[in-house]
Structures are given as structure tokens and as C-alpha cells.
Unconditional design. Structure first.
Length: 251
């Protein structure tokens, strides 16, 4: 069900739900930049903070990990690639493939950084309405010359809105294939093709339906935008975010 997908907006009364979207947008950028050079200690501190906010907004850690299983698999391949390509002290050597201690360390660190960025974005999407996200992106892009901020903002909003829909369609397609004993197919190429082609077809059809719906409602860029409703705690969060960034630099 779509409601169980953590990438969808989840209504609630938590601090993050009430926070101004512009502030949350800024905090996501600060956290993402802070993680670029963070070591393991800093990453684990950030992980503890993110787990706290996951509990605040009502997302269960295990259910969230289940939805991120394909992304975690991707991170495993990144870790393995780093472990095999970075030279250093040999830990395991098999069939001319060597896993070094330095490579394994760097692979784990990079994978953890990517995971924390993904969880940060997940918390942002779960606590932010798509309409307010569009308004915040438009607000940030407005001072930039030669940039059609309204058009770019709606593109960003639709792209983020389509991500959970694509994930849901991928799960439904996979379940349909398994119900027809498609999971018995051992050839990975055929399994990939059987999943990808129907998924692409569903995605393009959904995009066409969305375009028709917007045209039927006479959608245009010149429209009255919703007003922002700050909660009064934005200054404290911005100061905390900048302090977190400085701590990441020193750690």
C-alpha cells in the first residue's frame, strides 16, 4: 500500500512537520554537505540524530530498511568496489582479487555517508507536503537570474512525487511476476527485462495521465501560491544546523 511507503508525506504534529519548508530545505543541504568529509564518529552521531527524528515522525526503523533494501544493495556494491580497488594491507585474496583494509574502511565510510543522506531525504519527504516543497524551491530560485523558477519548482516537485509512485509500481510488478512463477527464472537478464519493461510502460502512462489531468484543470504557472506558515522554531533549528556543520568539520 502507498501509505506504508516512507517516501510519501506522512501527516503528523511533530516538530519537523510544523517547521517551515524553507528551513527544512536549508537543513537538508547543510547536513548533506556536512557528511561529505565526515568520519565514522561524526556519521554515527548523525545516525543517532536521524533515528531520533524517525521515531518522532512515526517511521519504524525496520520497515524503513525494508523499503530501502535495493538502495542498501547498491551501497554494498559501492563498498565492495572500494574494497577491491583501493590498495593497502591485504585482508582477503581470492582468484586474483584482493580486499584491502584501507579499501574496506573507505568503502564502509562512503556507504554510510550515502545511507545517511538517503535517510535525511526520506525524513524530509515524509514531513513535507509536495505543494509546500514546490513553493520553497521557487522561493530559493527566484533571486537567480535567467531561471524560470516556477517551471523548475514544479519539475522538482513532480520528480519527488513520482519517486514513491515508481517504487510502488515496481513492487506491484514484482508481485505480479512472482504470482506467475516468474521468480523461478534463474537468468538475471530475463528477470531484469521482465521487470523493467512493464515498469517503464506504467511510468510513462502515469506521466501521460498526469499531463492530461493538469491540462483538463487549465494548469498554468501564473497562480496564487500558498503562504508560508513558520512555527517560530526555525531560528533555533538553523543555529543547531550550523552548529552541527561546525562539529562535523572538527570531528
Amino acid at each position: 500500500m502507498a501509505a506504508l511507503n516512507p517516501f510519501f508525506f506522512k501527516p503528523g504534529n511533530s516538530i519537523l512537520h510544523c517547521l517551515d519548508t524553507r528551513c527544512k530545505f536549508f537543513l537538508v543541504c547543510v547536513v548533506s554537505l556536512s557528511l561529505l568529509k565526515a568520519d565514522f564518529i561524526a556519521c554515527f552521531i548523525c545516525l543517532g540524530i536521524l533515528i531520533f527524528f524517525l521515531k518522532q515522525i512515526g517511521l519504524r526503523a525496520w520497515e524503513t530498511l525494508k523499503h530501502l533494501r535495493y538502495f542498501i544493495l547498491f551501497l554494498f556494491f559501492i563498498l565492495l568496489a572500494r574494497a577491491l580497488t583501493i590498495p593497502g594491507d591485504t585482508l582477503v585474496s581470492l582468484y586474483n582479487m584482493t580486499i584491502s583494509a584501507q579499501g574496506l574502511y573507505q568503502g564502509c565510510l562512503v556507504a554510510l555517508r550515502f545511507f545517511l543522506v538517503m535517510v535525511t531525504g526520506l525524513i524530509f519527504s515524509a514531513t513535507t507536503r509536495p505543494a509546500s516543497l514546490k513553493s520553497a524551491a521557487q522561493w530559493y530560485l527566484k533571486p537567480i537570474p535567467f531561471v524560470p523558477e516556477k517551471r523548475v519548482a514544479i519539475m522538482i516537485s513532480l520528480a519527488l512525487r513520482f519517486l514513491p509512485l515508481i517504487l510502488n509500481q515496481a513492487r506491484e510488478t514484482s508481485d505480479a511476476i512472482d504470482s506467475r512463477c516468474g521468480n523461478l527464472q534463474k537468468n538475471p537478464v530475463k528477470r531484469f527485462i521482465r521487470l523493467t519493461l512493464p515498469l517503464l510502460k506504467k511510468t510513462f502512462l502515469s506521466a501521460d495521465h498526469l499531463v492530461l489531468a493538469m491540462e483538463a484543470r487549465c494548469y498554468c504557472e501564473d497562480r496564487t501560491e500558498p503562504e508560508f506558515e513558520p512555527s517560530g522554531k526555525e531560528r533555533s533549528f538553523i543555529i543547531a544546523g550550523l552548529g552541527f556543520w561546525l562539529c562535523m568539520l572538527f570531528l
